[in-house]
Structure formats: C-alpha cells, structure tokens
Write a protein that binds this ligand. Structure first.
Ligand code: ADP
Ligand code: MG
Length: 300
C-alpha cells in the first residue's frame, strides 16, 4: 500500500478504536486464513471469580486461606487476584480478624502454571495440575474428581499444596465475552477459521471452545509453545493472526503475521502486537481485517 493509503486506513482504524502500528500489518491482515485466540482475557472477560473452595487435608480453611493469600498476593495474574480476594473474604468469614498478608520467601512464578514460595517453614505451591506434577505433589482420586467436575463446566481449578500435599482447591469461573460467538461465526463466513491456544487445561478450554463455536483447541501450552503453534500454521502456508492479552502471549503476537493485542491487556502484549484493539472487543478483529481488505482492494 502507498504511504497515503496506510495513513488513511490508520486514521480510519484509530477513529474506531483499532490502532494499527504500521503498514506491514495492514497489508497482511486481508490475507489472514486463521485466527489464533488466547483464552483467558481474550475470549473470556478476564475477570475470574472463585465459585467454590474446598479442603482436602487436615489444614483448616483459615490456614489454607492464609497460605494462599501469602503466595498469590505477589502474583499479577488475574486468577491470583481472584483467588487472593476470595481467600481474604473466607478468612474473615471463618473468624479471623486479620487483614495482614503473611510474608513469603523464595517466591517464584511458574509461567502459565502458578506460583510458589515459603510461608514460615511451610512450602506452598498454588496452581494447576501440571504444576503439582512438576513439584511431585500427588493428586488423589477425590481431588481428581473435584477437578473434572469443575472443568466440564468451563471452570479452572487452582490447587494449593502445603509441604507436598494437596491441602485444598479453588474453582474459578471466567465468562466468555458476549460477542465471542458472533465474531467466530462471522470470521467463519469470511472464510477464516479459529483455534484456541491456551495455558489452561484441555477440558476447560474445550468447554469454552464449544460455547463460542471453535473446533480446535491446543491446551497446556507455554508461551514458547504458543509461538511455535503460530509458526507451524505459517509453515503450512497460512497467514496467521494471533489475538492475546497476556505476557504469555507476547512471543506468539510477535511471531504472527498480524499480532492483535486486547487493549485491556498487559503492556508487554500491547508492545508486542502490530494492532491494538483499544475497546477490547473481539468485534474489532473483524474491523481490522475488513479495513485491510478495503485498503488493499482499493490499491489493486
Ligand atoms: P491463558 O493462556 O489462558 O491466558 P495462562 O497461561 O496465563 O492462561 O495460565 C494458565 C494456567 O496456569 C491458568 O489457567 C492457571 O491454572 C495457572 N496459573 C497461572 N498463573 C497462576 C497463578 N498466579 N495462580 C494460580 N494459577 C495460575
Ligand atoms: Mg490471556
């Protein structure tokens, strides 16, 4: 496209809340054959809420909450915020009058899996099933049952282990964006397919996929894996758009032919992307592709 055409299109995009950072993305977007969607915060609202909390060992609810708050308080992940807030409410409900966050040592973030640290002399791990496996924490059938019952309802289970044993769990729900289903089906009518690539587990991701009409899911994928998935599709000759909101999406946003960041997402994702969807609405994935189609057809 000519510099003028790019300028005009960028201006039109900006007025609709679609920030296009350069001519390159604008020129490629009309050729997009597949859109890779992140799940949490992209297809879903990104404001997770805890719907249940359970105990699986001799620790009391107050102790479970204390330990959980201690490690999750240092995490920026939206799930961490939801879990910590819920644990604080529970702690009060169970008679504790403290507002304090217990100290944590050796705090560690396990990207796309959870967090861990030492609280007093106890080792606490908070995160998904995969993280528990990695930390050699066994998961008994009772816990397994709780997890699968929640996952088929599109909920994510956050497990808490204390000193190598599962002490309790939180079930988290994050509703899909109201426009998600409509957008996926519209993309389909434009000849563009969609897939989910997520760090979350397969059952939860599949439940979300069914809800919005996406038929392919790649779950338990770490940030590098997300980028690799994009590259795989490109190797098959497809022009790929990636839509994401998290730090964990940045490598894939960079790898994609057209990286689109959710405006409400993290700064790192916004920097990595070619296009920013300022209103955080998935409708603007279509706005962006449409703008590119119009610009490019005017030129040729
Ligand atoms: P997505 O790719 O869907 O945006 P992430 O890669 O950020 O998700 O996280 C994947 C999974 O890792 C989450 O669904 C959750 O189970 C777990 N997880 C990540 N960070 C945390 C945390 N701070 N506390 C608990 N669980 C976490
Ligand atoms: Mg996300």
């Amino acid at each position: 496209a000519t510099p003028t055409a790019v300028m005009v299109a960028s201006g039109m995009g900006a007025s609709q809340g679609v920030l296009i950072k350069g001519g390159d993305a604008l020129e490629k977007a009309h050729k997009v054959k597949i859109v890779v969607f992140d799940k949490t915060g992209t297809l879903t609202v990104g404001k997770p809420e805890v719907v249940s909390a359970v105990l699986f060992s001799e620790f009391s609810m107050e102790e479970l909450c204390d330990m959980t708050i201690a490690v999750e308080a240092s995490s920026e992940h939206p799930i961490a915020k939801a879990v910590a807030a819920h644990a604080k409410r529970l702690r009060q409900k169970f008679g504790s009058c403290t507002e304090e966050v217990p100290d944590v040592d050796d705090f560690e973030v396990h990207m796309g899996a959870g967090v861990s640290g030492k609280v007093g002399d106890r080792t606490v791990v908070v995160g998904n099933r995969r993280l528990m496996h990695a930390c050699n924490v066994p998961i008994c059938s009772k816990v397994e049952k709780y997890i699968s019952e929640n996952e088929i309802l599109a909920r994510t289970c956050i497990l808490v282990s204390i000193d190598g044993k599962i002490a309790g769990a939180f079930s988290v729900t994050d509703p899909v964006k109201p426009e998600a289903k409509r957008v996926i089906s519209f993309l389909h009518s434009m000849g563009i397919s969609s897939i989910i690539v997520t760090g979350d587990n397969c059952a939860t991701a599949t439940a979300i996929a069914n809800e919005v009409g996406i038929d392919e899911v790649f779950a338990e994928i770490d940030p590098v894996g997300k980028a690799d998935k994009v590259k795989d599709l490109q190797m098959k000759g497809m022009t790929v758009a990636m839509v994401g909101d998290g730090i964990n999406d940045s490598p894939a946003l960079v790898a994609a032919d057209v990286g689109m960041a959710i405006g409400a997402g993290t700064d790192i994702a916004i920097e990595a992307a070619d296009i920013v969807l300022v209103k955080s609405s998935l409708e603007d994935v279509i706005t962006a592709i449409d703008l590119s189609r119009k610009t490019m057809s005017r030129i040729r």
